[in-house]
Design a protein around this ligand. Structure first.
Ligand SMILES: [Mg+2]
Length: 226
């Protein structure tokens, strides 16, 4: 990968632990529920965390309210708003900062991140990494149809970096969507596959979804590119 001039990163579970965002959101929800529904904040927060650790993902708030004997779809909608609109308490992996400090000396640095625009913007503000980056693309700003695995957000980040795809690499954690679009354009792709991450145990759904390289920690990127 000697010819690389730019390195583009995914955000969630690549530069910080997405689990920390979820737990931060749960705290905000438990706080709101204590003020508005009379659910004890500490107990409510603990119950939410338990559901998460049990593997519940898609209907957490329905299940949580049922545990507290509340069945009201409007409350679920409100809890989702509180979750998505909260100002998160999250930090980058320490290895992210070490890596970015080194890479910025020799490479242009970009970000391509999926998710609701304002949610991702709030995460980005909380992480304090912006000064390392030459171009930041939240795919949602291009419309839901241009979330990964679309090639569109990758095209845009490369345009803003003014770098051709073959001189760039994308680093992400989710084989279902992180490598397909980047590969189609001709970018190199690197899977940071942490054993304890949300998508670390998934398999790419086809050859076109495979990364060029797989590593277990971001710190290994330096061995590949510097
Ligand atoms: Mg990710």
């Amino acid at each position: 990968m000697n010819s690389l001039q730019a390195i583009v990163f995914d955000l969630d579970d690549t530069l910080y632990a997405e689990r920390d965002y979820v737990l931060s959101g749960f705290k905000a929800v438990a706080n709101w529920a204590s003020l508005n529904l009379g659910i004890d904040e500490e107990r409510g927060s603990a119950t939410l965390c338990n559901l998460y650790h049990q593997g519940v993902r898609n209907n957490t708030f329905n299940q949580w309210l049922a545990i507290h004997q509340i069945e009201n779809p409007q409350v679920v909608t409100k809890l989702l708003d509180v979750y998505r609109e909260h100002a998160p308490t999250i930090s980058p992996f320490s290895e992210s900062i070490d890596l970015l400090k080194t890479l910025t000396k020799s490479y242009k640095i970009g970000l391509v991140s999926d998710g609701y625009l304002q949610v991702q913007q709030r995460k980005w503000a909380a992480l304090g990494l912006d000064h390392f980056f030459d171009a930041v693309v939240f795919s949602d700003s291009l419309g839901r149809e241009n979330w990964k695995p679309s090639t569109a957000p990758f095209k845009l980040v490369l345009e803003r970096l003014n770098i051709a795809p073959e001189f760039s690499a994308y680093i992400g954690d989710n084989p279902l969507k992180d490598f397909f679009g980047a590969r189609q354009l001709g970018m190199s792709t690197i899977w940071v596959k942490r054993s304890d991450s949300e998508y670390g145990n998934l398999q790419p759904p086809g050859l076109a979804y495979h990364p060029d390289l797989t590593i277990e920690s971001l710190s290994q990127v330096l061995e590949l590119v510097v």
